[in-house]
Design a protein around this ligand. Structure first.
Ligand code: ADP
Ligand code: MN
Length: 494
């Protein structure tokens, strides 16, 4: 038997010229193809694979446009959710890392560079084994059978699951999505670049410690002040206290109604609720805030501290007491003039070494200021000590007056007595022989004439006076205008 099989008897009879004709060869091949893969040929000639990529490219563009639109809507929704969750809260959650469009990222170009080379496709090697072999040359070199595309496309869709976890790929498998290699590669590259971009963004944030002291909303307030030109630059943090953070800034342009000092201090009142529990007694019983207090939520109360400091500073300013000048109040952020120079804050009285002459001068100045504060401003500092007095330009400046109250505050006199104790102890220790003791100082400032010669009795009398005032409020619905009953007290002076 012939190993080549029996020659088939063909009924086609043609000339040699016919056999050699390309025309005929093509026809024969087509006939063969039709017999082997009828549906493939039909598909190949269908409207979708036409050799040119016109439809594909416009689909891609459409998809990109839709994606952009989707991203925008997604981010808008995210912002709404963020806002809803955070409300007015000082402590807020940021969804920034979940955004599709990263607002701060403008230098994306460097990511695109290594994306240009798409010739190498690591996934093209995995040709599905089920693809039937074709023994012929297709119409164009890039023709692929329909079967190829389906398997490949599904595989591509499944591979998207391997993208970074934060990259949302949707349920492509569920909807039997088939991605062409081109689209898949583009998505893969996009996912990869997004991943790197997010990582970079994250890194940036982690390493920026300068603004960590304040929450995003406060930062926004500060940015706005700079953006509006009111401030030139915020240079850094001067002090981080339990209840406030103070920054230094260079003043910006003056507005129609405001001259901005060349250097400013920005006091940001901290918004952790714990710290303010201890302060309740200062503000709760302050009649100026009485009606408002009960109705307010904690965030508003914190704003009231800032407001209180502003009002108190204004009173002091009007009385001519050396103190920071108020520039502007925005929510819980108070901008005032900076006491100091070239970013260096004036030293606290506790940190400065004064000559005995300056020490004596400082003492009389403070005595005078306490009297002015009490009589002209109708205020008791309530946190007066060497920590809240700055030495600048050869004189003492009073700061930190958010907790200051009026003398008729239910504990106003107790606060004044404490202030007096701090002041007299500081100056007595500091070698000022003329310094009055705390009880004498109290009488000198308040104009009261409490005669008790020991601290316990003195304090008892103070509390009795406070109680008398409270009873008066109970009975008459209003406070005594002043504690002083025996004429105008003498103003102490040097
Ligand atoms: P706190 O309630 O945290 O004590 P302060 O008002 O006392 O707040 O400010 C804290 C510190 O910040 C002060 O001790 C002082 O060093 C600095 N500071 C505050 N205001 C000014 C200002 N206007 N100019 C210069 N330094 C200031
Ligand atoms: Mn202070």
């Amino acid at each position: 038997q012939c190993p080549w099989g029996a020659p088939s008897t063909t009924s086609i009879s043609c000339s040699l010229a016919d056999v050699m004709s390309e025309q005929l060869a093509k026809e024969l091949q087509l006939e063969e193809e039709n017999a082997a893969f009828p549906e493939v040929v039909a598909a190949a000639e269908g409207p979708f694979i036409t050799g040119e990529n016109i439809d594909t490219s416009s689909d891609l563009m459409l998809a990109q446009m839709l994606q952009m639109e989707f991203d925008r809507e997604y981010d808008a929704q995210l912002r709404r959710e963020e806002k809803k969750i955070n409300g007015d809260s000082k402590v807020s959650i940021s969804f920034e890392n979940y955004r599709k469009v990263h607002p701060y990222d403008s230098d994306s170009s460097e990511d695109e560079v290594d994306w240009q080379d798409t010739r190498h496709d690591p996934y093209r090697a995995d040709k599905p084994t089920t693809t039937p072999r074709r023994g012929f040359i297709g119409k164009g070199k890039d023709i692929t059978t329909k079967h190829d595309e389906v398997v490949c496309g599904r595989k591509n869709t499944a591979r998207m699951e391997n993208f970074a976890p934060e990259f949302q790929v949707g349920d492509g498998i569920g909807m039997d999505l088939k991605l062409s290699n081109q689209v898949f590669n583009a998505l893969k590259q996009h996912a990869y670049s997004e991943e790197r971009r997010s990582a970079r963004l994250h890194e940036k944030k982690e390493h920026s410690t300068a603004e960590k002291a304040v929450d995003p909303k406060t930062r926004l307030l500060l940015y706005k002040m700079v953006n509006s030109g009111m401030l030139e630059t915020i240079t850094g943090c001067i002090s981080t206290g339990k209840e406030s953070v103070v920054f230094h800034a260079y003043g910006g342009n003056a507005t129609e109604d405001k001259v901005i000092p060349p250097e400013c201090a920005i006091k940001v009142f901290k918004t952790t609720l714990n710290e303010f529990k201890n302060r309740d007694k200062y503000i709760k019983d302050d009649y100026r805030f009485k009606d408002r207090f009960s109705k307010l939520n904690p965030r508003k109360i914190i704003r009231m501290w800032a407001e209180k400091e502003m009002h108190n500073l204004t009173r002091m300013q009007n009385a001519g007491i050396p103190c920071p000048q108020v520039v502007i109040l925005k929510k819980h952020v108070l901008v005032m003039s900076f006491i100091g120079q070239d970013q260096v804050p004036a030293p606290k009285l506790k940190d400065v070494t004064l000559s005995s002459e300056d020490m004596k001068k400082a003492y009389y100045q403070i005595l005078n200021m306490m009297q002015q504060l009490y009589r002209e401003c109708n205020l008791v500092h309530a946190d007066l000590s060497e920590y809240n007095m700055l030495w600048h330009d050869g004189k003492v400046w009073l700061i930190d007056v958010s907790q200051s109250v009026e003398p008729t505050h239910p504990h106003g006199l107790e606060f004044l007595f404490r202030d007096c104790r701090n002041v007299s102890q500081f100056f007595q220790k500091g070698g000022v022989a003329e310094a009055l003791n705390e009880r004498e100082l109290f009488n000198a400032v308040s104009g009261l004439n409490i005669t008790a010669d020991n601290e316990v009795d003195f304090q008892a009398e103070i509390e009795a006076l406070e109680k008398m005032n409270e009873d008066h409020v109970q009975n008459h619905g209003k406070k005594l205008s002043t504690f002083s009953s025996d004429g105008d007290p003498p103003i102490y002076d040097e």
